[in-house]
Unconditional design. Structure first.
Length: 442
């Protein structure tokens, strides 16, 4: 774990001692594109650490000897810049600040709120000797207009809340690889310890937003913090932006929040707009499929949910219907579920999905006649099939989880990720992996 001592205090930084825990994977991605003619666009849900990642990059550049006057940050949600109305004002402001400076590094935080911002960024890329980094909490940041303006000239770094391994780093917990004595014990700097399984239970309930992970979980504090994130997403990132863009379809906050609650309650279940619209109508909310589709798209654009398509394993083609939704953070799901800790098996499946995405897999839901495989995960020259279950000590449950994997005839890796129980490491060529070992790559 790398720790940087800094002056400013932002997301992902220990408020008491002013230390920033480096999320190395994301920093490495930025460094890989440093000083290239590409706009680096960091996307992700609110407060997942995007602003801090820019701070990390600034610290990296400063350590390379870049002077402070060439490292310019523009936090577009600060009062200082609140008067910036459009791209022309933004462009003029930046040009004025970099005048006379050789090769500057420009960091723009939450830029999507500036009307026409992409025109300013494209002009700066062309006109100035600079390296540009941008963050945003809405997929509108990568709209077709932006793609047209700087086609082939930007790279997206998609950021998530903490994985379990990162969560342990933020908690200051060190752990041993599997097979070592005391492998389920995590040690803290003060000499205290906890079991990895207890820390995993906390992670599954409270999730991985960086600020909260710096301390022992507290439900009341978690609820207030998640309420703030949720309200910002619903009001500012969805409804206000839609109104600004003339998208009057997002006009009923009650329906939007009911759809959000439905998706959170049904993570990992096949669903459809018709089903959601029907459920809302039965509960007295007036909506239709088109409106439901649009509202879902806004929640996905705000990075609150991801939609995962179904894939016909035998036919090797994507299916148009029956996709599933997974939430960006388990803690947000707990908040929306009022901390009832319901359907822990689906939450477990969600955690595995988020880990696969973090590990750079393209993830689909596998379809077979008479069965489903939770995930088909691929990346160049790699593929694996993953089933996720809470417990399969019951013989019938084990048969049900293994059966779809046994019907797949290829030689790619097949895994069952399980939370409870002890099993052989391999059953008929199928790996059985404890979820903690899977998430920690042990």
């Amino acid at each position: 774990m790398q720790v940087l001592t800094i002056v400013s205090i932002t997301q992902g930084i220990d408020w008491e001692v002013g230390r920033m825990i480096v999320r190395q994977k994301y920093l490495d991605k930025l460094i890989a594109f440093q000083d290239t003619d590409l706009v680096k666009v960091v996307t992700g849900i609110r407060r997942c650490g995007k602003s801090t990642l820019l701070d990390m990059m600034r610290e990296h550049l400063a350590a390379q000897g870049v002077p402070e006057n060439r490292l310019l940050t523009f936090k577009m949600e600060s009062m200082e810049l609140a008067s910036i109305a459009d791209y022309r004002e933004l462009y003029d402001l930046v040009v004025g600040r970099i005048a006379g400076q050789p090769h500057t590094y420009l960091f723009f935080d939450e830029l999507q709120n500036v009307e026409g911002w992409e025109k300013a960024i494209n002009a700066l890329r062309v006109d100035a000797d600079c390296d540009i980094y941008v963050t945003g909490s809405n997929a509108f940041l990568l709209s077709s207009e932006l793609a047209t303006l700087i086609s082939g000239r930007y790279v997206e770094i998609a950021m998530q809340p903490l994985t379990f391994a990162e969560y342990l780093d933020f908690r200051g917990a060190s752990w041993q690889p599997a097979g070592k004595t005391g492998s389920d014990i995590a040690l803290f700097a003060d000499g205290s310890f906890a079991t990895l399984s207890s820390l995993f239970d906390q992670y599954r309930m409270f999730g991985g937003f960086p600020y909260l992970a710096l301390q022992e979980p507290n439900e009341a504090k978690h609820r207030e913090y998640l309420r703030s994130i949720y309200q910002t997403i619903i009001v500012r990132d969805i409804m206000t932006r839609a109104q600004r863009k003339g998208l009057r379809a997002v006009s009923n906050r009650s329906v939007l929040e009911r759809i959000c609650a439905f998706l959170a309650d049904n993570i990992g279940n096949e669903t459809s707009s018709n089903k959601i619209a029907g459920t809302l109508k039965a509960d007295g909310e007036s909506t239709n499929r088109a409106t439901t589709d649009f509202y879902i798209s806004t929640l996905v654009e705000a990075y609150l949910f991801n939609r995962v398509q179904r894939y016909d394993i035998k036919g090797r083609e994507l299916l148009k219907t029956g996709g599933k939704y997974y939430i960006a953070d388990a803690g947000m799901r707990s908040y929306l579920d009022s901390y009832r800790n319901t359907n822990t098996g689906r939450v477990l499946e969600n955690l595995v999905y988020n880990q696969l995405v973090f590990d750079d897999y393209d993830v689909l839901v596998g379809h077979l006649r008479g069965g489903e495989v939770d995930f088909v995960a691929t990346k160049p020259r790699q593929k694996m099939y993953v089933q996720v279950t809470e417990d399969m000590r019951d013989e019938e449950t084990m048969r049900r989880e293994l059966a779809p994997l046994k019907r797949i005839g290829d030689e790619y890796r097949k895994i069952v990720v399980v939370a409870e129980g002890t099993y052989p490491a391999d059953i008929d060529g199928i790996e059985i992996v404890n979820v903690i070992d899977f998430l920690l790559h042990r």
